[in-house]
Design a protein around this ligand. Sequence first.
Ligand code: HEM
Length: 180
Amino acid sequence: MKGMVFTEFLDFVGESFGEDMVDDIIEVSALPSGGAYTSVGTYSHGEMVALCGALADRTQQPVGDLVRAFGERLSDTFARDFPDFFRRAGNLFDFLESIEAHIHIEVRKLYPDAELPRFVVEERTAARMVLLYTSPRKMGHLSEGLILGSARQFGVDVRVTLHALDVDEGMSTRFVVDLV
Ligand code: HEM
């Protein structure tokens, strides 16, 4: 997993729970990297799982809620650092459709070792989009937060419903995104 995800995550933890919490979760997670991430480095996904688990433990909040909140914040960073992806799409559903067809393809050019999920658009109408997320990393709640945060970037309100599915090649989540 790319270091920028870790540096953003630790920024999120610091802003939400304070710098002591950042130090605490790094210490208790006994990370191979020692928690010294650089945005261009690559680290084991297991370190993210350990950090999220430690944060859930210490805050007494469900991991899914924390990861969703992180995803919402991460979309602010994406909008700041990659404004063209948002501008090019023009509306939320075109943006979500462009993750698989354009955005993550560009991400792979930037970071050839990126570990990216699959996003298949299963259904699209004016008011609803159904997306199937598949990844061995099971970060459905990160996607949920990114969808909610992206909706905010486009100034629309959405209701996102998650349906977890078990499939052979990893965990899948079906997202039903309704404009409200
Ligand atoms: C400007 C928009 C976006 C950019 C620049 C971007 C970039 C990235 C990058 C750099 C990674 C890390 C890869 C790694 O650690 O190896 C990543 C992973 C991921 N992205 Fe995106 N992304 C964008 C939009 C989205 C959106 C809108 C969603 C969801 C709706 C999404 C879902 C994910 C997920 C869930 C992962 C984690 C890896 C996995 O689940 O396998 N991304 N993306």
